[in-house]
Ligand binder design. Structure first.
Ligand code: HEM
Length: 367
């Protein structure tokens, strides 16, 4: 895709895709405008013409002022300080997961490490029984189109599941996000049931598939550039900057949608009110006007203003958590294992082409 992105940035930086009936935007400056000019490019893409699902009224799909009010309710839980306090728990979890695979001398980065780690963490934050996590993976993979649609009513299943948990919390509140959301008020009003469900579903999904594929992508980069692996083995303090470069180089989220609220000219093209706009984060992150030598993986790239966590008012709420989780995984791997590498002969299977995510389904490594 890097060649395609480059060609689009050069020849068709803002172009209408007839088949998908939407605009596609490829250059860094334009992508950043689409993400940040929320008065022109609305996040309320789904709300017309069909019954609302919980995700349609969740943070990521709302414009101000509702977006601002809802976000204020949860920012506390995700500040860098609160997240930093999770470090001991995360380290213990990572070690537990690695312990389970030590004897085998191999593990699947996605199935045995990234996925169980991220889903356990978000389940604990929300206050969900961790035992139920097998369902979460299917639901999240379906919702993010990681695998083809399996024909199940996964959204209905999620709604039923969370409705049940929420009813339990109403009877017996606990010190968790599920209970907090039910007593929270905005301008004297409780959140609607749909909004609370939307929060739960968004956090559950956004909190695990994204970081899972960041970790997968990190191991893919270490495999493709052995000098980077040597670099972090020598300088574990550089893991943070390596992960930022992974975020730029193989952005877990390839694109985000908006809908134009008024007619606007972008990149010389006339976008009409009501038309959909796809902002290609993965292309913006390789824009040569911002990132010198963009197709080189530079573990010390600085500055590195990638757009992988978005930009503007919807900037990823979980960015600190994602950074912490992935740093701890890499640090623990480097600390515990003399070396690790992809299992020779293992075949890489990309995520379904429909997905807005970039990553691989499984990634076996040996150590
Ligand atoms: C928003 C990426 C991890 C929760 C976003 C957005 C991006 C993003 C690009 C902006 C969407 C937009 O502009 O429409 C990522 C990546 C992650 C990651 C690449 C991992 C590497 C997480 C985690 C959580 C999370 C761990 C939760 C625990 C959210 C939420 C929003 C969001 C709630 C919506 C924020 C809002 O609309 O104000 N994320 N994310 N994300 N992310 Fe993440």
């Amino acid at each position: 895709p890097l060649d395609w992105y480059r060609e689009m940035r050069q020849s068709h930086p803002v172009t209408y895709d007839d088949r998908e009936q939407q605009w596609m935007v490829f250059r860094y400056a334009d992508v950043r405008r689409v993400l940040s000019e929320h008065e022109t490019f609305s996040s309320e893409v789904e709300s017309h013409g069909h019954t609302l699902t919980p995700l349609d009224v969740s943070l990521i799909a709302l414009d101000p002022p509702r977006h601002r009010h809802l976000r204020a309710l949860v920012t506390q839980v995700f500040t860098p300080r609160t997240v930093a306090s999770l470090e001991p728990r995360l380290t213990a979890l990572v070690n537990e997961l690695l312990d389970q695979r030590v004897e085998a001398g191999m593990l699947d980065v996605i199935d045995d490490l990234a996925y169980p780690l991220t889903v356990t963490m978000i389940a604990e934050l929300l206050g969900i029984p961790v035992l139920d996590r097998a369902h979460f993976r299917r639901w999240s993979d379906q919702l993010a189109s990681i695998v083809p649609f399996d024909g199940t009513n996964f959204m209905g299943e999620m709604e039923a599941y969370f409705s049940c948990l929420l009813a339990e919390r109403r009877r017996a509140p606990q010190a968790d996000l599920l209970s907090a959301l039910q007593t929270a008020q905005i301008e004297g009003q409780y959140l609607s049931k749909l909004e609370i469900l939307g929060f739960c579903i968004l956090l559950l999904v956004a909190g695990n598939v994204t970081t899972t594929h960041l970790l997968g992508n990190a191991f893919l980069c270490l495999d493709a550039f052995p000098q980077v692996r040597a670099h972090i083995e020598e300088r574990p303090d550089q893991i943070f900057s390596v992960l930022e470069e992974v975020l730029r180089y193989r952005s877990p989220i390839r694109f985000m949608f908006r809908v134009a609220k008024r007619d606007i000219v972008l990149g010389g093209q006339d976008i009409l009110a009501g038309q959909w706009v796809t902002a290609w984060l993965a292309s913006a992150n390789h824009d040569e006007t911002i990132f010198p030598d963009p197709e080189r993986f530079d573990p010390q790239r600085s500055p590195n203003p990638h757009l992988s966590f978005g930009y503007g008012i919807h900037y990823c709420l979980g960015a600190s958590l994602a950074r912490l989780e992935s740093r701890i995984v890499l640090e623990s791997m480097v600390r515990r294992f003399a070396s690790f590498q992809r299992l020779p002969g293992s075949r890489l299977q990309p995520l379904s082409a429909q997905s807005f995510m970039q990553g691989v389904l499984h990634l076996p490594i040996m150590f």
